[in-house]
Ligand binder design. Structure first.
Ligand SMILES: *Cc1c(COP(=O)(O)O)cnc(C)c1O
Length: 430
C-alpha cells in the first residue's frame, strides 16, 4: 500500500479551510477510499504526491493537459509573458494571437469571446441563445454536464420530457422552469418536446461527446438528427465542447462528425492548464454580444495574457499535422491491450474510448448511450479497482463516472507499462 501520510495530514488541515477540504467537490475522493492525494509536481505523463509516490497520470487535470505536465514550450511562453506583468484589463496582442490561431482553423465559428472557465462560457452561450432568438426555454440531456450555472444544474424527473428540477440546493424553481431535460439518444423524446414547447425553445444544448457522466457516445446519426430538427424549428444547436474541443480534433466533435453547431463552447485544453473558456458562433449571432449588441457579458480577467500564452503554446502544437491521429493511435494501443487481456481472462471489464479519452466500464452490456444505462453497482467495482490502481502507480480521476485522458507525453513505452499494471490489477480483482 502506498503511504498517504502527508496527504492525510494536509487534508485534515484543508478541512478547516475549505468545505469538505477542497475547492471542487470530486477532488475530495468521496467515491473512493482514503484521503485525496495532494500533488506536489507533474512532469510529462507523471505526477508525484506529497508523500513522494510517483504515478502515471490519466486525469491530466481533468482534460486540459493534452501535452502532459509542465510542457517546456508552455512554460517558456508563460515565463516570457510574465516578464511584462500579469494582467492589464486592456487588449493585448496575445488575445489576437490565440483568437486567430483558433478561427483560422475552425470552419464553424466566425468570432470567439474568451472568458475564464467552462461554466462561464456556457452561461454566456445560453444568454446569447436566448438573446438572439428572443425565446426562453433550453433543452438539455440527462447525463450531460455543462458547468455549475443555475439553469443547467438540473436533473430529469420521471417521464419522457420533464421540466428540470434543480440538482443542487439554492436554485429557485423559477430558474430551472425554463430548462427541459431529455434522455440522450432518443429521437422521439426530442420530437415530442419540440411539438409541445418548440415555439419557445432557444437552444438544444448537448455535449456532442458526453464525457462527464461516463462516456456516453452518441451515434453520428443522432447528432445529425438534432442538427436537422433544430434547423427546421428555428432552434439553435449548442455544442458544449468544453471537454471535446481540441481533444478529439482541433475543432472538436463538430469537426470529427462534420456537424455545424450554431453556438459552441470551449474550455479545458484551450487554456493550456490555465483558466480559459470561450464561446463562439457566426458573425450574425456574435453581433448580439456587448458592446456590439445588447446581450451583456464581461470579465475582469477575460483574455488574461498569461493564460492566453499557455493556450497559444499548447494549441500551436495541437494544430500540427497528425497530432490527433497520433493521440488516437497511442490511446488505441493502450485500450486494446487492456481490453484484450480482460476478454482473454473472461473479466467483465471494458474500456470505452474515443480520440484520447477512455472510460472504465464493468459488467457485460451493450454500448451505453444514456445516463440511466449505467449500472450504479459498477461503481463498487470501480472503487475496489481504484485503490489498487493507486498502489500500482496509476492515477485516474477518483470517480467511476469520470473519464481518463491520454496526453502527448504518454509514450508507447509508458502506455505499455500502464497497460501491464491495469492488467495486474484486473487479474488481482478477478
Ligand atoms: C468541465 C466542463 C464544463 C465546466 O467547465 P469549468 O471550467 O469546470 O467551469 C462545462 N461543460 C463541459 C462539457 C465540461 O466538460
Amino acid at each position: 500500500m502506498i503511504s498517504r501520510h502527508k496527504s492525510e495530514q494536509l487534508f485534515e488541515k484543508a478541512k478547516h479551510l475549505f468545505p469538505g477540504g477542497v475547492n471542487s467537490p470530486v477532488r475530495a475522493f468521496r467515491s473512493v477510499d482514503g484521503a485525496p492525494l495532494f500533488i506536489k509536481k507533474g512532469d510529462g505523463a507523471h505526477i508525484w504526491d506529497e508523500d513522494g509516490n510517483q504515478f502515471i497520470d490519466f486525469c491530466c487535470s481533468w482534460g486540459p493537459l493534452i501535452l502532459g505536465h509542465n510542457h517546456p514550450q508552455i512554460r517558456e511562453k508563460i515565463t516570457e509573458t510574465l516578464q511584462n506583468g500579469t494582467s492589464f484589463g486592456a487588449p493585448t496582442v496575445l488575445e489576437n494571437e490565440l483568437g486567430q490561431l483558433i478561427l483560422d482553423r475552425n470552419p464553424f465559428i466566425d468570432k470567439i469571446r474568451f472568458v475564464s472557465s467552462g461554466t462561464e462560457a456556457v452561461m454566456s452561450g445560453v444568454r446569447l441563445a436566448r438573446g438572439y432568438t428572443g425565446k426562453n426555454k433550453i433543452v438539455k440531456f440527462e447525463g450531460c454536464y455543462h458547468g455549475h450555472l443555475d439553469a443547467l444544474l438540473v436533473k430529469a424527473g420521471s417521464g419522457l420530457i420533464t421540466l428540470g428540477t434543480a440538482s443542487s440546493a439554492g436554485i429557485p424553481e423559477g430558474f430551472t422552469r425554463e430548462t427541459l431535460v431529455l434522455p440522450l439518444n432518443d429521437e422521439t423524446a426530442v420530437l415530442k418536446c419540440i411539438e409541445e414547447y418548440g415555439h419557445d425553445i432557444a437552444c438544444i444544448i448537448i455535449e456532442p461527446i458526453p464525457a462527464n457522466n461516463g462516456l456516453l457516445l452518441q451515434e453520428k446519426s443522432y447528432l445529425e438528427f438534432l442538427r436537422k430538427v433544430c434547423t427546421e424549428n428555428n432552434i439553435l444547436l449548442f455544442f458544449d465542447e468544453v471537454i471535446s474541443g481540441f481533444r478529439v480534433a482541433f475543432s472538436g466533435a463538430a469537426e470529427l462528425y462534420g456537424i455545424r453547431p450554431d453556438i459552441v463552447t470551449y474550455g479545458k485544453i484551450i487554456g493550456g492548464g490555465l483558466p480559459v473558456g470561450a464561446y463562439g458562433a457566426s458573425d450574425e449571432l456574435m453581433a448580439c454580444i456587448s458592446p456590439l449588441g445588447d446581450v451583456y457579458q464581461a470579465g475582469t480577467l477575460s483574455g488574461n495574457p498569461v493564460a492566453m500564452s499557455a493556450g497559444i503554446a499548447q494549441l500551436n502544437i495541437c494544430a500540427q499535422d497528425g497530432f490527433y491521429e497520433d493521440q488516437e493511435k497511442r490511446t488505441r494501443f493502450f485500450v486494446d491491450k487492456v481490453n484484450a487481456f480482460a476478454k482473454a481472462n473472461e473479466i467483465a471489464f471494458e474500456m470505452v474510448t474515443i480520440g484520447s479519452i477512455f472510460w472504465l466500464t464493468f459488467g457485460k452490456h451493450d454500448a451505453i448511450r444514456k445516463a440511466n444505462e449505467i449500472d450504479p453497482s459498477s461503481m463498487l467495482d470501480f472503487k475496489k479497482m481504484y485503490g489498487e490502481l493507486l498502489n500500482h502507480g496509476i492515477y485516474i480521476g477518483p470517480s467511476g463516472y469520470e473519464v481518463g485522458f491520454i496526453s502527448q507525453a504518454h509514450t508507447y513505452e509508458i502506455l505499455e507499462l500502464a497497460a501491464d499494471r491495469f492488467c495486474e490489477v484486473l487479474a488481482q480483482l478477478k
